[in-house]
Design a protein around this ligand. Structure first.
Ligand code: NAD
Length: 425
């Protein structure tokens, strides 16, 4: 039996619905492999809590806008819910639900004691002033306040949010509590209890996963990175530092290509100054979507969901795809890639470095103690490589793709937690 969950937008196949369909398909496959009964499968397919809020924002010119916000706690059977907060114009409840579900499997896969959550606000942050963004963030937080807390649900940065957003959330929550509560969010500035190593943690994890999957010297290995934001830019930097040749990157403004390799540090400085990679003098311009089809060794999608679909998967020439983004490859594309012998290191493994160091940040906050960057890096590496080894050996043993194996492990651990806890009442 396949899992049916009603859509919030039944008449439209939105990007969010596509993401949720992908997540449910992956769960379905893992549940069938594990032989889970229908009741438990439905439990795992449905979020424990979903909250939709209307967030009023006072604009600088006095106008009042109202935007939709969401917070979904997909699962809390292994610990508090954990997951990022996204500010993006097309985000909706389906997308946030899919992202929350992937967080559940990711935390279980890397063995950290969290369930999965996600938040979203349907807004384009680039269209708001800093003061408008602050008001929006604080009001959204006050609307979802009953759900969050260091023992309940801990937000972190995702697309369109950053350390500053987390600082405003921590302050709003703390003012309401009457004392400072650093553990309510992760990805904070270090002055407020943020962990050393958190800023680049997702990208460092992508680098660790890519090098482990390559299994050979990275020297001269060619790489293309889609998305040059928090994850993509530092993933490009760390892969370049390791000896790879990053030949192309893209962001919403466009794509740039240099067959001899990009100077990633220079490009990061350029993008920070101009707002994007487009127009970088030391490279050729490239069509944004053509980046995915370049003849490179490694492709790192680090932008949004649904980048590699049945429409372009057959033209992807990279032999190794390392998913910095969540949900960049649809199930149909997965089948095409698997048939072509392309290795895909799946999102719930490849980008888990972010939530691993978020967990380390939260542990430090709960102990009012801080670790050196070296200690954080060692713990991150151990957890990433441990999970990578588990996934690779299960895939080899059972003839599964890395995505299927990762889901079998993640879903299996959450199912086991449900079975051990039993059902109340
Ligand atoms: P971000 O907002 O910092 O960056 C997103 C980047 O993608 C931007 O450079 C944007 O211009 C680019 N982009 C958007 N659409 C594009 C397109 N069609 N083609 C090329 N580039 C495009 O977000 P982020 O935090 O870097 O997140 C990126 C992805 O990584 C998301 O899927 C997110 O869920 C996932 N992720 C993020 C973290 C984290 O710690 N931030 C952790 C795990 C997973």
């Amino acid at each position: 039996m396949s899992i049916m969950v009603p859509s919030t937008t039944p008449a439209l196949i939105t990007p969010g619905r596509q993401a949720l369909d992908s997540a449910l398909h992956q769960l379905d496959q893992a549940a069938a492999h594990l032989g889970l009964d229908d009741g438990l499968r439905t439990m795992l397919a449905t979020p424990r809590r979903s909250l939709t809020v209307s967030v009023p924002v006072r604009r600088e010119d006095g106008r009042l806008d109202v935007v939709q916000g969401f917070r979904v706690q997909h699962n809390v059977s292994r610990g508090p819910a954990k997951g990022g907060l996204r500010f993006h114009p097309t985000t909706d409840l389906d997308e946030v639900t899919a992202l929350a579900m992937w967080m559940t499997w990711k935390c279980a896969l890397v063995g950290i004691p969290y369930g999965g959550a996600k938040g979203g606000v349907a807004v384009d942050p680039a269209g708001l002033t800093t003061r408008e963004l602050e008001r929006l963030t604080r009001r959204y937080v006050s609307e979802i306040m009953p759900l969050i807390g260091p023992e309940k649900d801990i937000p972190a940065p995702d697309v369109g949010t950053d350390e500053q957003t987390m600082a405003w959330i921590m302050d709003t929550y703390s003012v309401s509590a009457g004392y400072s509560v650093p553990g309510v969010v992760t990805g904070k500035p270090t002055t407020l209890g943020g962990s050393l190593g958190r800023t680049g943690a997702t990208s460092r994890g992508v680098q660790i996963a890519a090098l482990a999957a390559l299994g050979r010297s990275p020297e001269g290995v060619t790489v293309a990175v889609q998305g040059f934001g928090k994850v993509g830019a530092l993933a490009a930097q760390y892969l370049s530092d390791a000896g790879c040749k990053v030949v192309a990157v893209s962001d919403v403004t466009g794509a740039v290509h240099a067959a001899g390799g990009l100077d990633v540090a220079r490009l990061r400085a350029y993008a920070a100054e101009t707002g994007g990679v487009r127009g970088f003098h030391h490279a050729d311009a490239l069509d944004r979507d053509d980046l995915l089809e370049l003849d490179v060794d490694v492709l790192v999608p680090a932008a949004m969901e649904g980048a590699i679909t049945e429409a372009n998967a057959a033209r992807v020439r990279a032999r190794l795809i390392v998913e910095g983004a969540n949900g960049p490859t649809t199930p149909e594309a997965d089948e095409i890639l698997a048939a072509a012998g392309t290795t895909v290191v799946p999102d719930i493994l490849a980008n888990a470095g972010g939530v691993i160091v978020s967990y380390l940040e939260w542990v430090q906050n709960m102990q009012a103690y801080s670790w050196s960057s070296g200690e954080v890096e060692i713990k991150l590496r151990d957890l990433m490589l441990g999970a990578f080894a588990d996934v690779r050996s299960l895939a080899a043993e059972r003839g599964l793709t890395l995505r299927q194996a990762a889901h079998v492990i993640g879903v299996g651990r959450v199912a086991e937690a449900h079975q051990m806890r039993g059902l109340y009442p």
